[in-house]
Design a protein around this ligand. Structure first.
Ligand SMILES: Nc1ncnc2c1ncn2[C@@H]1O[C@H](COP(=O)(O)OP(=O)(O)O)[C@@H](O)[C@H]1O
Ligand SMILES: [Mg+2]
Length: 206
């Protein structure tokens, strides 16, 4: 299957989850996230603001702010494919629906922050494989964003288990994530990548 086929397939599956299932699974994912050293050791964290069928981040963002973390959410600047982090202080007051139907900080609450100073980026996606390869909405926003961040910045994607597929076809612009957290497990994708790389090198050597 190509990217577009996988994207459609998984989007359809995700749309069949009830609001109740989405809420419960998202809460489990949050409990898994707060256990990770990446989350515990980070003070400057970017979260996406979830749309209806994505893993929900409202509870995560509000709790993280209460824990004293500095939380940033992405703004799409004009008609570009550039995401820029903006500091969020009050979830209920500061957000409004942006052009693409995604909630972003209103003009008066924009506090831009350099992406390279983030400790951790929490990102959404449509489909993933265990190596951390990712299919997004098909516009390459996060690929473009991740190519500009510090290599020491951690990346964690949040997904429901039904969004994990066997293999994602990739191109040179796709940037994989370090970890994927579902309601069932924490997938250390960077370790999977090292494992497969070593295995494949060994096979080629024979
Ligand atoms: N860093 C980038 N700069 C410019 N265009 C990009 C970048 N990364 C991806 N794209 C383009 O965005 C489009 C969608 O990429 P794709 O990986 O299919 O989407 P997604 O990652 O959202 O699933 C492609 O035409 C791709 O070439
Ligand atoms: Mg991509």
């Amino acid at each position: 299957m190509n990217k577009a086929e996988i994207r459609n397939n998984i989007l359809k599956k995700r749309l069949s989850l009830s609001p109740e299932e989405i809420k419960n699974k998202s809460h489990k994912i949050f409990l898994n996230l707060v256990k990770t050293p990446e989350f515990l050791n980070s003070s400057d964290i970017m979260f996406y603001v979830s749309t209806k069928s994505e893993v929900q981040t409202e509870e995560m963002i509000k709790s993280s702010i209460m824990m004293g973390k500095n939380i940033f959410v992405p703004i799409i600047l004009s008609d570009s494919i550039n995401l820029v982090p903006s500091r969020l202080i009050d979830f209920d007051r500061e957000l409004a629906k942006g052009k693409k139907g995604i909630f972003e900080p209103k003009e008066e609450y924009r506090r831009l922050f350099p992406a390279k100073d983030l400790d951790l980026i929490i990102l959404p996606g449509v489909a993933f494989d265990t190596e951390g390869n990712r299919i997004g909405r098909g516009l390459g926003y996060y690929d473009n964003f991740l190519k500009g961040v510090n290599p020491s910045t951690n990346t964690i994607a949040l997904a429901f288990e039904i969004q994990i597929v066997e293999k994602i076809p990739t191109n040179e612009k796709d940037v994989p994530v370090n970890k994927i957290i579902t309601e069932k497990r924490i997938i250390n994708s960077s370790e999977y990548r090292v494992y497969y790389e070593q295995r494949d090198t060994k096979h080629r050597g024979k």
